[in-house]
Design a binder for this molecule. Structure first.
Ligand SMILES: [Zn+2]
Length: 413
């Protein structure tokens, strides 16, 4: 039987007396703020230090697995599974090796489960990072242009429609609305048509006029979906992803004046909910020079949910930065700007999952998803309950400040 030992990550690898004993248990699994050891030498651990550690023994023939889920969809699908740690988007669970979640591939992924072994980093919770002593005045002046009022106004217009189902007439209207907004801000805007399951949809692509290929691309999906009730049903998609789409337009507004120093492009995608059709199409249409010009891509997909804690307590606003090795520099840059300009708790993951950053990462491009913190996983997405009254403007504003400051800092160097 496998035993699993949890310790605070802050106590591991700091030359603590327990480190040598732990070495024989292999590298820890990183899960949030905890280090997880498999089959650690029990006596050694206890003798090493009086540390706040916890042990669990897995059921016979079970393996330790991590889950990434949208909403609470894994927990709903498998309520009988034993959850060892629950951090919303991420779970540590024990599963039989032939559990369907481990062996079946889902065409429409709402969760993914994978066995973990020593050294696996599921996600890392960095907490609040100390604010630097110096901050750039040039970045500050760009941030002054970022308007949470304008963000809210765009979001209200987007959710006023019953749905933004990708192949619907209502989606077209949302795309036209976005096109007008971006044109009014002075950008050159194109609707990029593509075929997808069930019909046709389009992306909205904006670049500064007469600019070279964008060095930075800010993106988010414009479509929404009601999984249970179908294309005609109400799908306000306020968090998923009215918040990210309105965020793209708010950033386009704030960043317009730096267009002569740094070419920043903006993309709103259709077909995300049916399988990343819009972002895959944009990628397939990018010429090689455009791909190599890109220094950073920021995807926003759900930036507005701040769930109350247990018993209605308020929780610290948090952001999850999800990318891969190819986008490590973007994650580090975003984390630094979060420290400089926001109160956000920062979490990082190098397991890109199920949104529009994934195709670009697969193509070797430096894309990062910025999303409400892991614990804030939104249980009302993909249905009529994803409404604007549940959007926390303050959280969205802080994530937009981080993203805008990062782009402004690139223009400043
Ligand atoms: Zn989404």
């Amino acid at each position: 039987m496998t035993s699993v030992t949890f310790m605070p990550l802050s106590l591991v690898g700091q030359g603590a007396p327990s480190d040598q004993r732990l070495a024989s248990a292999g590298a820890p699994i990183i899960f949030g703020r905890e280090a997880v050891f498999m089959d650690a030498p029990r006596a050694g651990l206890h003798a090493a230090a009086r540390l706040p550690q916890q042990e669990r023994t897995l059921a016979p023939d079970h393996v330790l697995a991590a889950v990434v889920q949208k909403g609470r969809l894994f927990e709903r699908a498998y309520p009988e599974v034993t959850v060892l740690r629950n951090r919303g988007r991420y779970l540590l669970v024990e599963l039989s090796p032939n559990h369907p979640a481990l062996v079946e591939r889902h065409a429409e992924p709402c969760y993914a489960a994978f066995p973990v072994e020593p050294g696996t980093e599921v996600f890392r919770d960095l907490g609040r990072i100390a604010r630097p002593a110096q901050r750039s005045p040039a970045v500050a002046s760009v941030l002054e242009r970022l308007s949470v009022v304008a963000f809210r106004a765009t979001l209200e217009e987007l959710v006023a429609q019953r749905t933004r189902f990708s192949t619907s007439e209502a989606y077209r209207q949302a795309a036209e609305l976005s096109r007008r907004r971006l044109e009014d801000l002075g950008y050159q805007v194109a609707l990029q048509e593509f075929a997808m399951a069930g019909g046709r949809s389009c992306n909205v692509l904006a670049t500064p006029k007469e600019a070279p290929f964008p060095a930075v691309i800010i993106m988010g999906h414009l479509d929404s979906i009601n999984h249970a009730e179908g294309p005609e049903a109400a799908a306000p998609g306020a968090d998923d992803n009215g918040s990210g789409a309105a965020g793209v337009i708010a950033m386009a507004d704030a960043l317009a004046p730096i267009g002569d120093r740094l070419s920043v492009g903006f993309a709103l995608f259709g077909g995300e909910e049916q399988g990343l059709f819009g972002s895959r199409h944009m990628l397939s249409a990018l010429p090689a020079e455009a791909v190599s010009a890109v220094r950073a891509m920021i995807n926003m997909d759900m930036i507005g949910t701040l769930n109350p804690g247990p018993d209605g307590t308020t929780v610290a606003p948090a952001v999850l930065l999800e990318g891969a090795d190819v986008s490590r520099h973007v994650i580090e840059g975003l984390a630094a700007q979060a420290a400089a300009w926001t109160d956000l708790t920062v979490q990082t993951s190098f397991k890109p999952y199920a949104s529009d950053h994934v195709p670009f990462i697969e193509a070797g491009m430096p894309a990062v998803l910025t999303i409400e913190g892991a614990d804030q996983t939104n249980d009302s997405i993909h249905g009529p309950g994803d409404t604007i009254d549940r959007i926390d403007d303050g959280l969205a504003y802080q994530i937009l400040r981080m993203n805008t400051a990062y782009v402004a800092s690139l223009a400043d160097t």
